[in-house]
Design a protein around this ligand. Sequence first.
Ligand code: GLN
Length: 265
Amino acid sequence: MDKAVRRITSDTPRLDAELLLAHVSGLSRSGFRAFPEREMDARRAAEFEDLVVQRAQGMPVAYLLGHQEFWSLLLNVSSSTLIPRPDTECLVEQALELPLPDNARVIDLGTGTGAIALALASERPGWVISACDLMEEAVALAQANASQLQLPVEVFQSRWFSDLLAASFDLIVSNPPYVASEDHHLDEGDVRFEPASALISGPDGLDDIRLIVDAAPSWLNSEGWLILEHGFDQAEAVQELFAARGFAKVESRKDYGGNDRMTLG
Ligand code: GLN
């Protein structure tokens, strides 16, 4: 394999291999590191090889394992949802810092695996949290994650606000698709295997954010907050959208990489 191909496939080949090996062997990574000479039966060896081949072709580790850790919660993932990212944990952190009542009504739009809603539910038992997604598979997956984790999040199908019943929220949170349709980073790495509908949002990546910011005020109570994840170079544009829609206290916040990754107001 030449260097360029290797870089595109994985930055962490050893870690990936260990995770896959741990998965098929039923051991933890530290477990088999402690007994490196342990034999593996033929069926498991074949299974491991098959996973390695798929990984070498670019399939994300999380899809091969069927799960991904997010905010210390183990979430089932499937190829119909985005794989939850560490940067989205920053969004959860910021949401938890907002001045909100103990019984806040919250909605996570485009929930995917349910990651944001479930992380919030695990931290704020008093909040009344719902989550929606356009994709039926995502709704089913988020519901399954909620019941597996025994977290009280109501999940239903809706394209952003379109199928919501009348309600007013204290917090609207979303990690919508925000990648520009021609963005070259879509040709590399895990994103190639993730659903385009969860990633791409028009020529400048802002189509869905515009929709959400535009509609949000009618779904928020007067002291309510909207917080959105967006691209590292979209903070200014998103702040303008918030301001144009009458939001106050509009600010952007950084992700773990130091990029302005979310805006709230
Ligand atoms: N941060 C993701 C990426 O660039 C995109 C996530 C999203 O569109 N919500 O790969």
